[in-house]
Design a protein around this ligand. Structure first.
Ligand SMILES: *Cc1c(COP(=O)(O)O)cnc(C)c1O
Length: 470
């Protein structure tokens, strides 16, 4: 399988090259030359596999240039860090199913992709006798998942910038208590936007980027999307085994990464997956796209589901490519319009097409809190605020479609463990949240981080002093 750019200006490249490139060098996003659809017989076979074996089957379809035995090993190692054998267990709560994606080392779904990406980076760098300094900004979850993905790897150093005092206590502890010498936390005296601006500026210094072989961990890396395709297929096949020939998914969405993985999965196992329910919080640019056909930047509102407090969905361009019938010229035009005017308007025909794939609901914070509370009272099940946004959207979808036939049962993706957002959850359920064994006692461990002003030069200096350079 070769990879191309949504903006059409790179020669087709291999999977390994696509993983190392991250963002396409023409400014677009990388995609496989074609999406794959498998037949019934394949689905029957896949239905008998455990999670790592299914992951191997799916990922190998898209990564022909990686040795199959090596790939199997990378996948097995990546998912051995999860605390349940099933990796992503599916539980039924009333008429909904909850797919728990938070059993990895940092208790958020980003582990599913970043455990794999860390091992894949390490393998490719060894093969090329090379190294990488990962530089990234985090508002909380991505930073710790990325650190846990690469900690202890000898050809990778990682530098994560977070806004000092503005991430939750648990999130800070998860990042700063990692003792491995290749992990560096920079607590920036500023906001998340300051952190992101610094990272962006440094990546634009091409000489510096080349010298330190800077690597990115943001959700535009194709390998992250690919790893996430697996759990959609896993859940759909599991329910198929129980007699459901079609299922829908409700996905709490920020950067459109997770739900784009759902789109790839939908094509892969057609017709098993029905609707993708795109659930947003008050930052609802994507809901306005599906409902009104207008993709327009708004102001970021801070909510109790902070990992979805995003107005520009970096993976949206991947979907645009398919919506525009794989025409890179149209993608380019639309994206440049969005850059200059902050808006893309879609024709009736395109809106209709998008609504075949997606339904969308924007859930405000009150409804999110009410959902955490009612789900707890009804089923004794505690969900985090991001998951609750998805559950609320699923309930609305089911009631909107009660008269017609909804497209199978709805699986809600549970993207974080509730203990990561204790303030909101405790308020909603009226009691403290249980803390899982593996993160108890983090506050007793020594913390390592460097407090720094929001100054590009200081961050560069720090990378020069501590990073790998050969
Ligand atoms: C990152 C994140 C999301 C949003 O995922 P996207 O791929 O950005 O759409 C949802 N929930 C949690 C807990 C997250 O960390």
């Amino acid at each position: 399988m070769k990879y191309i750019s949504t903006r059409g200006a790179i020669e087709p490249i291999s999977f390994s090259q696509a993983v190392m490139m991250g963002l396409a060098s023409d400014g677009g996003l990388l995609l496989p030359e074609k999406l794959i659809n498998v037949d019934e017989r394949q689905l029957d076979e896949w239905g008998r596999l455990d999670y790592p074996s299914l992951a191997h089957e799916i990922i190998s379809l898209f990564s022909g240039d990686i040795d199959q035995d090596v790939l199997k090993e990378l996948i097995d190692v990546s998912y051995s860090t999860f605390d349940v054998e099933e990796v992503t267990p599916l539980v039924q709560k009333g008429q909904l199913y909850v797919l728990e994606l938070f059993h990895g080392p940092t208790l958020a779904f980003k582990d599913v992709a970043l455990q794999f990406l860390g091992n894949l980076f390490s393998h490719l760098l060894k093969e090329q006798n090379s190294y990488m300094n990962i530089l990234g900004a985090t508002s909380g979850d991505t930073g710790s998942a990325a650190i846990y993905g690469v900690k202890g790897k000898d050809n990778i150093d990682i530098f994560i910038l977070h806004p000092h005092g503005r991430v939750s206590k648990m999130q800070a502890l998860q990042m700063t208590t990692v003792a491995d010498k290749n992990c560096f936390n920079l607590a920036i005296k500023g906001t998340f936007d300051d952190c992101q601006a610094i990272v962006k500026t440094i990546f634009n210094d091409l000489e510096f980027k080349e010298r330190y072989r800077l690597g990115a961990i943001n959700s535009i890396n194709w390998a992250r999307v690919l790893a996430q395709v697996v759990y959609y297929v896993y859940a759909a096949l599991k329910l198929r085994g129980q007699g459901h020939e079609r299922v829908s998914f409700s996905v709490p969405t920020g950067n459109f990464g997770d739900i784009f993985a759902g789109y790839v999965a939908k094509v892969l196992v057609e017709p098993l997956i029905g609707k993708l329910i795109l659930a947003t919080n008050e930052n609802n640019i994507l809901t306005r796209f599906v409902v009104e056909g207008v993709y327009e930047r708004g102001r970021v509102v801070q909510t109790i589901s902070p990992s979805m407090d995003i107005q520009i969905a970096s993976n949206f361009e991947r979907y645009l490519y398919y919506l525009f019938n794989q025409d890179p010229e149209r993608v380019k035009k639309a994206m440049s319009k969005f850059d200059s005017q902050g808006v893309i308007r879609f024709s009736k025909e395109k809106i209709k097409q998008a609504r075949k794939d997606f339904s969308s609901y924007s859930i405000d914070q009150k409804e999110t809190m009410d959902t955490i509370g009612s789900f707890y009272r009804e089923f004794g099940y505690v969900c985090d605020p991001h998951t609750a946004v998805g559950i609320a959207a699923a309930n609305r979808y089911l009631s909107d479609n009660a008269e017609t036939t909804p497209e199978g049962p709805v699986v809600c993706l549970a993207t974080a463990h509730p203990c990561k957002f204790p303030e909101a959850v405790e308020k909603a359920i009226g009691r403290p949240v249980d803390i899982p064994e593996k993160i108890r006692g983090l506050e007793k461990l020594p913390q390592r981080y460097e407090v720094m002003p929001p100054d590009v030069e200081r961050v560069k200096e720090y990378v020069e002093r501590n990073g790998i350079y050969k």
